[in-house]
Ligand binder design. Structure first.
Ligand SMILES: [Zn+2]
Length: 156
């Protein structure tokens, strides 16, 4: 499902660093939009502020289009610590994105906490015919980070 570049590894390493630098208890869900090797926008999940649709991927797309409504998203990659949910993958499709790189799978997060949709991005991509390239990168590192996070916050 698509190849991995050094830029992908750098971007995902950056997301792990953001995760480490964030305050204790703050969400582990981060997303970053890049055009080739240039960072356009980063965002964190903000659902704790009251909007249940404020997932990191939605936030990053909303901010990117607000900053530049004519952005050429076909040349961009969305990086996210977790495989996008159906809402976010649909937003990627309507936003014109062709490539998404993620760390942990939704299936993995569902083993740690309830509440995620029972449909993975890979399944939705295939059912809906979105044709977005979905690439999982640094799976072991992200699984270990998420496991530690949910252990600390009592949700495993
Ligand atoms: Zn989502």
């Amino acid at each position: 499902m698509g190849s991995t570049s050094q830029c992908d590894l750098n971007a995902m390493t950056h997301l792990i660093a953001r995760f480490h630098a964030s305050k204790s208890g703050s969400s582990p869900f981060f997303a970053m939009l890049m055009a080739e090797s240039r960072v356009l926008m980063t965002a964190q999940n903000k659902t704790s502020l009251g909007d249940p649709t404020a997932h990191a991927e939605m936030e990053v797309l909303r901010q990117a289009f607000k900053a530049n409504p004519t952005i050429d998203t076909r040349r961009c990659t969305l990086y996210t610590t977790c495989e996008p949910c159906p809402m976010c993958l649909s937003a990627c499709f309507y936003g014109g994105l062709r490539r998404v790189v993620y760390g942990v799978s939704i299936d993995f997060v569902r083993t740690l906490a309830s509440g995620d949709a029972p449909l993975s991005a890979c399944q939705l991509n295939s059912i809906a015919g979105f044709e977005i390239r979905l690439v999982q990168v640094m799976r072991e590192e992200f699984e270990s980070e998420f496991h530690a996070y949910f252990l600390r916050h009592g949700r495993v």
